[in-house]
Design a protein around this ligand. Structure first.
Ligand code: GDP
Ligand code: MG
Length: 162
C-alpha cells in the first residue's frame, strides 16, 4: 500500500501551500482567510521515485473557537491513519499554545513526526527555527513552502521516516 503522510498544524501556517509544494502543482486550496473547510484532502504525490499520499488535514480546520482541541483532534486522526506526520509551524510566529497542545499529543505518537518550520523565506529567518526544539519533537526543519526553499531537504527527511 502507498504510505500516507498527514500534514497537521493550526490554520494559516501554510499547510496547503506545503501540500502544493510537495505536489509540484496548485491543487490544495490556499486561503488567506483561515478556517475554510475543504472536502478534498488526499493527494497522490511522489518524491525521489517513491509514491505516497499526502493528506491536508486543513480540510478540518475549525474557527478560532475550540482551536486547540480541534488541532489536537487533527493530530489524533493523523496518528491513527498516517504513516508519518508533518507538524507545520509558522516560524515567523513561533510555537503558540496551540502548537504546545498538539505537541503534547504528538509526543506520545508511535507514528514518526517531522516538524516543518515554515515561512523561512530567507537565511535571516532561520534564527527563529531553533526555538522550535522546545516542542520536544526533534529537529525543526526550515522550509519556505511559498518559495520552495528547503522543500527538497524536508521531503528527504519525510521519506526517511516513512
Ligand atoms: P493553511 O491554513 O495552514 O493551509 O495555510 P495556507 O497554505 O492556506 O497559507 C496561509 C497563508 O500563508 C497564505 O497567505 C500563504 O500564501 C502564506 N504562506 C504559506 N507558506 C508561506 C511561506 O513559506 N512563506 C510566506 N511568507 N508565506 C507563506
Ligand atoms: Mg489549508
Amino acid at each position: 500500500p502507498v504510505p500516507v503522510v498527514a500534514i497537521v498544524g493550526r490554520p494559516n501556517v501554510g499547510k496547503s501551500t506545503l501540500v502544493n509544494r510537495i505536489l509540484g502543482r496548485r491543487e490544495a486550496v490556499v486561503e488567506d482567510i483561515p478556517g475554510v473547510t475543504r472536502d478534498r484532502v488526499s493527494y497522490a504525490a511522489s518524491w525521489s521515485g517513491r509514491r505516497f499520499t499526502v493528506v491536508d488535514t486543513g480540510g478540518w480546520e475549525p474557527d478560532a473557537k475550540g482551536l486547540q482541541q480541534a488541532v489536537a483532534a487533527q493530530a489524533e486522526f493523523a496518528m491513527q491513519s498516517a504513516d508519518a506526520i508533518v507538524l507545520v509551524v509558522d516560524a515567523t510566529v513561533g510555537a503558540t499554545a496551540t502548537e504546545e497542545a498538539v505537541a503534547r499529543v504528538l509526543r506520545r505518537s508511535k507514528t514518526p513526526v517531522v516538524v516543518a518550520a515554515n515561512k523561512v523565506d530567507s537565511e535571516r529567518a532561520e534564527a527563529e527555527v531553533a526555538t522550535l526544539w522546545s516542542l520536544g519533537l526533534g529537529e525543526p526543519h526550515p522550509v519556505s513552502a511559498a518559495h520552495g526553499r528547503g522543500a527538497g531537504d524536508l521531503l528527504d527527511v519525510i521519506l526517511d521516516v516513512l
